[in-house]
Write a protein that binds this ligand. Structure first.
Ligand SMILES: *[C@@H]1O[C@H](CO)[C@@H](O)[C@H](O)[C@H]1NC(C)=O
Ligand SMILES: *[C@@H]1O[C@H](CO)[C@@H](O)[C@H](O)[C@H]1NC(C)=O
Ligand SMILES: *[C@@H]1O[C@H](CO)[C@@H](O)[C@H](O)[C@H]1NC(C)=O
Ligand SMILES: *[C@@H]1O[C@H](CO)[C@@H](O)[C@H](O)[C@H]1NC(C)=O
Ligand SMILES: *[C@@H]1O[C@H](CO)[C@@H](O)[C@H](O)[C@H]1NC(C)=O
Ligand SMILES: *[C@@H]1O[C@H](CO)[C@@H](O)[C@H](O)[C@H]1NC(C)=O
Ligand SMILES: *[C@@H]1O[C@H](CO)[C@@H](O)[C@H](O)[C@H]1NC(C)=O
Ligand SMILES: *[C@@H]1O[C@H](CO)[C@@H](O)[C@H](O)[C@H]1NC(C)=O
Ligand SMILES: *[C@@H]1O[C@H](CO)[C@@H](O)[C@H](O)[C@H]1NC(C)=O
Ligand SMILES: *[C@@H]1O[C@H](CO)[C@@H](O)[C@H](O)[C@H]1NC(C)=O
Length: 795
């Protein structure tokens, strides 16, 4: 009879488990037993054979020491010992004669397992509950896997205070993932996003709100899951009902998508009661994880720039918007990246013709807003987002337009989400040649052509070519990326004789400008048939500098090549004469442009600020030898024929050799732009340029000089002080009182804050130029700046 029963068992096992372990009669795991990770599939089974303890091969050559449901074809792991540290083939788990229970790799190296050493272990056993235990001779459990759950709870298992489940990374990767379900010390039962990969709890997205009253989570024999409160009552947080554990396999698992689900699996075909075979979820929390997330930009059911929606199976699905794709194609919870070139902020125009919007109804990304406009039309909303390179998507709802920037997080698509998202994507049909700007250029030509038809051919040609040149210069900026406005001259620095330069400048005839240490003359270099207009700068005080240093400076500066730096074309160092030859900038200095002519618009000013910041960043961070300019001010920023700003006047610049982080020299620079450390016998670092840039930025955004003696109130005389006062008192509009463009610009406040950071008296508090650009671009939030004169925090 006994033989018959065991034969049947064997038969059942063989039939139902074609893929799993060979059946072994149940016995206790005696001291000295071991299992090796290999293809032999040896396991320790529970008496019923429903659970097995052993190695599961997860990836080729990578094994997980685990407990799993052993009578079903689907691999269903309920516990594991080394989820973050798969072991190689040939690794061994062993219950030693002295009771140690250890995992070791083929070389005998120990790998930490959940079971610590306990005195008195007499045997181990895989129980029918799915609990693996180490017991002493009186069958008292000294250690059990139920006490150290991974991501799953089984019937009869409890979760005590401090107990937690950590989700897997993905369906097939069992490493610790992105979510945490935890019964806290304070009694609250909470689901958290998990700082990945460090592991600390991040943002709660679901909780029972039982602070002070929760004491234990129980998954009882009847298949009922509840939180026991301290006063003895139960909280059915999963809203579950009892399900027979004799007819169904059951488990509650915090899945890789952040949802805690109660699954059941019919043990035999006739107990399925109409249910489909396989694991099916009965209850889960939170009901819609896509909408439950939303505490912070960092807490999301999906990655950045993606969106979450609930599928027909009620499971969250992460997808990328159109023309975006996952950074890791194998991980749908990774971030999405655009497949197109994002809109540039670099030049004046935004290639607006090249971008279109993908409409997504019932979609929103609530944490990436930076500007909002009520009472507008959808068309207006599209246009304003198109015109703003920071705007990567807009939301239009109920007449309100909200601009959003990268990264957009917490995307959700759901019928309950109101409004419509407009995602900016690149029009794949548009090529550089078929852009609208070209079209309008063509129409100018046609109109001009017809207007002047009848005049002399020569005049027509002249007009046409000048218009074309004009259009070329400006169009180029409108469709940036096709071709720079000017090609930078090559790096062949020419050495001139003094005589040559005297001829070039026609005997130093036409003076362009004069500074404390130099005078600049206009010159013309004739080469074969071409004439190049240049600026020749004569340095007055160079005799005091050593010959070598002058050469080093010239050669280093000549190696710079950035579109926001004036290009050095040549030099002369004959006898006492030190001259530098630069490309000629036809539109004069920024000082003239900003303070003397009519006020350039806010947008142009911003463009200039970005360009100058990039030029300085280049000097500080991208050159072989770091260069400190030492004299950043509007007079030293020149504008070429396309009004591209270029930093000039490197005569005062200091080179820092790679092993040098500071320099000491006499005061250089110009009053008002000079950082305080020059006067304080402090080392001079690149931060002096940051200071000067801060002043310049303030001048740019406020369109006035830092020092303006003719204002009415004395408090407004020095812009840097005035700006901080206004910032502190929340009256920043006073800074741009009659500039509506700036007033209506959300970014105005931000730029004032960035300036204040730059002009901190303590140089260590000033951001680097790289940081400044990140702040300006909006990729980093601008923290509250301290009072420049007394500050203790930094960014
Ligand atoms: C396992 O060991 C315990 C204690 O020694 C004993 O009571 C139990 O009968 C053993 N079970 C089996 C199946 O050998
Ligand atoms: C081990 O299991 C795999 C599938 O899980 C099976 O292909 C293989 O034949 C088994 N090996 C042994 C020795 O039973
Ligand atoms: C087994 O462990 C329990 C709890 O530690 C202890 O009370 C009991 O005496 C132990 N039994 C034996 C035989 O050591
Ligand atoms: C699982 O995911 C983690 C985190 O990305 C990764 O480090 C690990 O290599 C992955 N493991 C496998 C087996 O793919
Ligand atoms: C499980 O809990 C439910 C609700 O408290 C209770 O009705 C049921 O009797 C419990 N079952 C067992 C086996 O304790
Ligand atoms: C136990 O406490 C919970 C909340 O703390 C309360 O809702 C419930 O009514 C209490 N039950 C009893 C039996 O006091
Ligand atoms: C399944 O069906 C068999 C025969 O049809 C029956 O003997 C058995 O009791 C049924 N099992 C359950 C759990 O209903
Ligand atoms: C988001 O996470 C980043 C990096 O972990 C952190 O620097 C930043 O402060 C977080 N932002 C918020 C709003 O929590
Ligand atoms: C994605 O998975 C496939 C198959 O598992 C693998 O060949 C490929 O290298 C993976 N790609 C990445 C980017 O990890
Ligand atoms: C691109 O052109 C194709 C075919 O002409 C058209 O179906 C498609 O809608 C166009 N796409 C865009 C974004 O304009």
């Amino acid at each position: 009879m006994a033989f018959a029963v065991s034969s049947i068992t064997l038969f059942v096992l063989l039939v139902l488990l074609p893929l799993s372990a060979t059946a072994q009669p149940y016995r206790n795991v005696t001291l000295g037993s071991s299992i090796t990770a290999n293809n032999a599939n040896s396991t320790w089974l529970s008496p019923s054979g429903e659970f097995a303890f052993g190695f599961q091969q997860i990836i080729p050559g990578g094994y997980l020491l685990a407990i799993w449901f052993n009578k079903i074809p689907e691999r269903t792991i309920v516990w594991s010992a080394n989820r973050d540290n798969l072991v190689q083939e040939g690794s061994k788990v062993e219950l030693f004669a002295d009771g140690r229970f250890e995992l070791s790799d083929p070389r005998g190296q120990r790998i930490p397992v959940a079971a610590p050493f306990r005195v008195g272990v007499a045997y181990g056993a895989m129980l029918d509950t799915g609990n693996f235990v180490l017991a002493n001779t009186s069958s008292v459990f000294l250690w059990q896997s139920f006490d150290v759950p991974t991501d799953t709870l089984l019937p009869t298992q409890t979760l005590n205070q401090y107990g937690e489940l950590v989700s897997s990374f993905s369906r097939t990767n069992f490493s610790k993932g992105r979510f945490l379900f935890k019964l806290q010390k304070d009694g609250n039962l909470v689901s958290y996003t998990r700082n990945f990969p460090e592991g600390s709890a991040n943002y709660a997205y679901w909780s029972t709100q039982t602070v002070g009253s929760g004491s234990q989570v129980i998954f009882n024999q009847s298949g009922y899951i509840f939180l026991v409160l301290k006063n003895g009552s139960f909280l059915n947080f999963l809203l579950s009902s009892a399900t027979s554990t004799s007819q169904f396999y059951q488990r509650a698992i915090l899945e890789y998508d952040g949802v805690l689900r109660h699954y059941v699996y019919p043990k035999s075909a006739n107990s399925s009661g109409g249910r489909a075979m396989g694991w099916s979820p009965t209850h889960f929390i939170p009901p819609n994880i896509c909408l439950s997330m939303g505490m912070s930009i960092n807490s999301s059911a999906c990655g950045f720039n993606s969106f979450c929606s609930l599928g027909t199976d009620q499971k969250p699905k992460c997808e990328c918007p159109r023309d975006y794709s996952f950074i890791d194609p194998n991980d749908s919870m990774s971030d999405c990246k655009p497949n197109f070139v994002p809109q540039s902020c670099d030049e004046e125009a935004r290639e607006t013709d090249l971008y279109i919007f993908e409409d997504m109804p019932n979609a929103d990304w609530p944490f990436s807003d930076y500007a909002s406009f009520p009472q507008v039309t959808e068309e207006w909303c599209r246009q304003v987002c198109l015109d703003d390179c920071f705007c990567v998507l807009a939301r239009f709802f109920d007449g309100t337009c909200t601009k959003k920037r990268y990264p957009f997080s917490n995307g959700r698509v759901d019928v309950s989400v109101e409004g419509k998202a407009l995602i900016k994507i690149r029009n794949s049909n548009a090529t550089a040649d078929s852009s609208g700007s070209k079209k309008s250029e063509r129409s100018i030509l046609i109109i001009t052509g017809s207007v002047f038809l009848g005049s002399s051919v020569f005049l027509n040609l002249l007009l046409l070519s000048s218009i074309f040149l004009y259009a070329f210069c400006f169009r180029q900026r409108k469709s940036k990326g096709l071709q720079p406005c000017r090609v930078l001259p090559g790096l062949n620095i020419r050495r001139f004789t003094f005589k040559e330069l005297r001829e070039t400048t026609n005997g130093f005839e036409e003076e362009l400008g004069r500074g404390a240490c130099s005078t600049v003359y206009k010159g013309t270099i004739k080469n074969d048939n071409t004439e190049t207009v240049v600026a020749v700068k004569t340095l007055h005080k160079m005799a005091t500098e050593g010959e070598e240093e002058f050469k080093a400076e010239v050669s280093s500066i000549s190696r710079t090549n950035h579109k926001n730096l004036v290009q050095l074309l040549g030099y002369c160092d004959e006898d006492q004469n030190r001259l530098l030859v630069y490309e000629f900038m036809s539109n004069g200095s920024l000082a003239n442009f900003l303070f003397e002519n009519s006020m350039p618009n806010w947008y142009k000013r911003l463009q200039i600020a970005f360009a100058i910041a990039r030029g300085i960043r280049y000097l500080h961070e991208e050159c072989k030898d770091q260069i400190i300019h030492c004299d950043i001010k509007p007079r030293n920023v020149l504008l070429d024929e396309c009004f591209t700003p270029k930093i000039s006047d490197f005569g005062l610049a200091k080179l820092l050799k790679p092993d040098q982080s500071r320099t000491t020299t006499g005061i250089r620079g110009t009053k008002g732009y000079v950082a305080p450390e020059w006067f304080r016998n402090m080392p001079i670092t690149v931060k002096v340029d940051v200071y000067s840039f801060g002043i310049l930025l303030l001048e740019l955004i406020c369109c006035r000089r830092n020092y303006e003696p003719e204002v009415e109130a004395e408090s407004e005389m020095i812009l840097a002080d005035f700006a901080y006062d206004c910032y502190k008192e929340g009256t920043m509009h006073l800074l741009v009182a009659n500039d509506d463009e700036a007033l209506n610009e959300k970014r105005f406040d931000k730029f004032v804050m960035i300036s204040i950071w730059c002009i901190q008296e303590d140089p260590t508090l000033r951001p680097t130029m790289k940081r400044v650009l990140q702040l300006m671009e909006g990729s980093v939030e601008v923290p509250i700046p301290p009072d420049p004169a007394s500050s203790t925090t930094s960014i």
